[in-house]
Design a protein around this ligand. Structure first.
Ligand code: SAH
Length: 240
């Protein structure tokens, strides 16, 4: 699963509780790989307490001496920042970041980077990021708790991966051709006449209402075959 290719990188985190809270929300959203660059205190009982059932992510966390070390092997690096700095950088929101990672992570490794509680990321650090994610907030109070920021970005990543996966699953459905759907409608109409349900003069709208129901579903070839099988059997019984 491509979520495996996503790592959360937390830089210089001061409060161990924030590391634990981040691990917890990561596990909630299906992410596993946590990288910690020079955390102030780790391992730490507050981190373990806040992680709750996600202590396995803490046990597997990779502690690094430098940001560069945490980025080793990554093809896409997305930093997060509360303010839109006056630096030349492309900003995206958390939803766009989710979509970008869903496109990217079939083979590629992606880092989502979170800064220090008080001062965020340095300019040198944002300089190593391909794009910066800003989570839209109240402009008068834009700085989120770092674990909350991890939560929102992880949620968007999880959602866009889920819809990517279901779109891929749907693309393997063989939808019925319009000719086959038209033949099904003719077959349905004839059967309804045969069983005396449809008297065309009395209910001119019935067929268009039924067509509307089936069009909403977008029938597959397989489903058209099943429905036509039922109609054939119904016609056989009523002709006896
Ligand atoms: N003054 C700092 C705030 C640090 S908050 C700054 O400008 O970034 C700690 C971390 O939480 C940030 O480094 C970032 O990783 C994340 N964060 C907080 N609010 C955010 C927001 N609105 N959008 C994106 N990330 C945010």
């Amino acid at each position: 699963m491509s979520l495996e290719n996503i790592r959360i990188v937390m830089i210089n985190t001061s409060h161990p509780g924030n590391i634990g809270a981040a691990a917890r929300v990561m596990k909630n959203m299906g992410l596993k790989r946590l990288y910690l660059v020079q955390p102030k205190s780790f391992p730490n009982y507050e981190a373990t307490a806040m992680a709750s059932g996600a202590s396995d992510l803490l046990a597997n966390a990779v502690v690094c001496d430098s940001f560069e070390e945490a980025l080793a092997g990554c093809h896409l690096v997305l930093g997060t920042t509360a303010r839109e700095r006056k630096i030349q950088h492309e900003f995206i929101n958390a939803r766009e970041a989710g979509l970008l990672t869903a496109d990217e992570t079939k083979q590629q490794q992606v880092a989502l980077v979170f800064g220090r509680e008080r001062t965020g990321l340095t300019n040198d650090e944002t300089g190593l990021c391909h794009k910066l994610i800003n989570i839209p907030t109240n402009p008068d109070y834009s700085s989120l708790n770092v674990a909350s920021a991890v939560q929102i970005v992880s949620y968007e990543v999880m959602m866009s991966h889920a819809s990517h996966d279901s779109a891929a699953a749907n693309s393997s459905i063989e939808y019925a051709s319009s000719e086959n759907v038209q033949r099904f409608y003719q077959h349905l109409e004839q059967t309804l006449v045969d069983i005396d349900f449809l008297k065309v003069k009395q209910s001119p709208q019935l067929m268009s209402k039924l067509r509307h129901i089936y069009n909403r579903v977008r029938l597959s070839e397989d489903e058209v075959n099943i429905l036509r099988g039922i109609l054939t059997k119904t016609q056989k019984i009523t002709s006896k």
